[in-house]
Write a protein that binds this ligand. Structure first.
Ligand code: GAF
Length: 386
C-alpha cells in the first residue's frame, strides 16, 4: 500500500524545492444510504472511508498561493488578493476555491500568509467516492489552521461545499464534505441536512463479520455536467408545485396528492426523495435495533428507487448490484450522484471473493470494461497528520 505521508512530503519538496511544515489529510466517503436527499434538506447516512487525500503545506511571506498535485505537472500560482471563483480553473479550482470560500465564512486578514500546497491521494477519481470533498476538507482544515480562522468542522464543511458550488461549478449538497469532516472509525454520520445536526453512529460491520465492498464500474461521472443539475432542478420544481420549502417537507402520505398534482416524471423524482428519506430513517433505526445484517433490504430498495424513479443508474451499476446480490451480498446499491461511479455491496466476509468474482464474470459476459472491486472501512475524518 502506498505510504501517502511520504509521497506527499516528497512530492512537495520536489515541486517547491523546500520542505513542507505541516501535513493534513481527509477521506473520501461512501454513502451508505440517502441519495440526492441532501439538497432537498433531508437525511443522509454516509461514512468516511480509508482512502484519503493528503495536503502538505508551507506558509509564504509574499501573499502568493501556489498549488501542485501528484496528478498534474503544473504549479498554479495566484496572489491571495486576486482569488476569485472566476480566476481558478481545472483541478486547482478545488484547493484555491477553498482558499477563496474561507473568506466568505471568516474575517481574513489582508496580510495573511500565502502558501505552497501539494496534494496526493488514493481516493479514486470519478468513482462516486468523493475525491473532491477529500481535497476540499484537507485544504479547509490546513488553511483554517494557517489563517487561524477558528471555524468548526460543520462550518468548514460548508466552506468546501461553497468552493465546489461556486469555484468548481457543481451544484452539489452538503453530504460529502460533512462525511469527510465528521467521520469516525467504524461509524457512519447520520446527518440532518436541514439543521446540519450530525450524529455519529457505530456501524458494527466488523463484529458482524460484514464488509463493505465497492464495485467501481469505471464509468466516469462528473457533477458539474448535465444529469445531476437536472435532477436537482426537478426536485426544486416539484417542491414549488407542492408548495413546500423543500421535499423534506413532503411525507409518504402526501404522495397520493402529489401524484395528482405533478407530471409523471416529476412525481417519480419526488417519490424517490420522499421514500429515500424514510429509508435513511429506517436504516438508522434498524441498525440500532437489529444490527447491520438487517439493513441489506433497505440498501437494495434504495437502488431500485434510483434506477426506476430517479433514473440516475446506468446498466453497469444495475449489473453490479444484481451480481453482488446473487453472489451473497445482503444488500447493494449505487452510491453517490449517479450516472456512473461505484456500487456498494454489504457482504458477509466469507462471501467477498464470490461477490468480486461474480461481478467480474457478469461484466465480462455483458461486454463491459473490467470493474475494480475492493473493500472500504469506515474511518476517521479530516485530521492533522504530523
Ligand atoms: C454527490 C453530491 F456531491 C452530494 O452532495 C449528493 O447530492 C450526492 O451526489 C447524491 O446523494 O456526491
Amino acid at each position: 500500500m502506498t505510504d501517502l505521508r511520504s509521497t506527499t512530503l516528497a512530492g512537495f519538496a520536489d515541486r517547491f524545492g523546500h520542505t513542507a511544515l505541516s501535513l493534513w489529510s481527509a477521506p473520501g466517503r461512501v454513502n451508505l444510504i440517502g441519495e440526492h436527499t441532501d439538497y432537498n434538506e433531508g437525511f443522509v447516512f454516509p461514512f468516511a472511508i480509508d482512502r484519503r487525500t493528503f495536503a502538505a503545506l508551507r506558509a509564504r511571506r509574499d501573499g502568493i498561493a501556489r498549488v501542485a498535485s501528484s496528478l498534474s505537472d503544473e504549479i498554479v500560482e495566484i496572489p491571495l488578493a486576486s482569488l476569485d471563483p472566476d480566476a481558478v480553473h481545472g483541478w486547482s479550482a478545488y484547493p484555491l476555491g477553498v482558499a477563496w470560500a474561507l473568506g466568505r465564512f471568516a474575517e481574513l486578514q489582508p496580510d495573511r500568509p500565502g502558501f505552497d500546497l501539494y496534494l496526493d491521494s488514493d481516493v479514486p477519481i470519478g468513482a462516486g467516492l468523493s475525491s473532491s470533498a477529500a481535497i476540499e476538507s484537507a485544504v479547509a482544515l490546513a488553511l483554517d489552521d494557517l489563517w487561524e480562522t477558528g471555524l468548526n468542522r460543520r462550518t468548514l464543511s460548508r466552506v468546501g461545499q461553497l468552493a465546489e458550488n461556486v469555484a468548481v461549478g457543481a451544484p452539489t449538497g452538503i453530504m460529502d464534505q460533512s462525511a469527510s469532516m465528521l467521520g469516525e472509525a467504524d461509524a457512519g454520520v447520520f446527518l440532518d441536512c436541514r439543521s446540519l445536526d450530525a450524529e455519529v453512529i457505530p456501524l458494527g460491520f466488523g463484529p458482524a463479520d460484514l464488509a463493505l465492498v465497492v464495485i467501481d464500474t469505471g464509468v466516469a461521472h462528473a457533477h458539474a455536467t448535465g444529469g445531476y443539475a437536472a435532477r436537482r432542478a426537478s426536485c426544486e420544481a416539484g417542491a414549488r408545485a407542492l408548495g413546500v420549502e423543500a421535499l423534506r417537507d413532503v411525507s409518504i402520505a402526501d404522495l397520493e396528492d402529489a401524484r395528482r398534482i405533478l407530471d409523471d416524471e416529476t412525481f417519480r423524482r419526488v417519490r424517490h426523495i420522499v421514500t429515500e428519506d424514510q429509508r435513511v430513517l429506517d436504516t438508522v433505526r434498524t441498525l440500532r435495533e437489529h444490527g447491520p445484517t438487517a439493513i441489506g433490504p433497505l440498501l437494495t430498495a434504495s437502488h431500485a428507487s434510483m434506477r426506476d424513479d430517479f433514473e440516475i443508474s446506468v446498466p453497469e451499476l444495475d449489473l453490479a448490484v444484481e451480481a453482488a446480490l446473487a453472489a451473497g451480498a445482503l444488500g447493494a446499491r449505487m452510491t453517490g450522484g449517479g450516472f456512473g461511479g461505484a456500487a456498494i455491496a454489504l457482504t458477509p466476509v466469507d462471501r467477498i471473493n464470490d461477490v468480486a468474482a461474480a461481478v467480474r464474470f457478469e461484466f465480462g459476459s455483458a461486454g463491459f470494461g473490467a470493474p475494480t472491486v475492493f473493500t472500504v472501512a469506515p474511518s476517521q475524518g479530516a485530521r492533522r497528520e504530523d
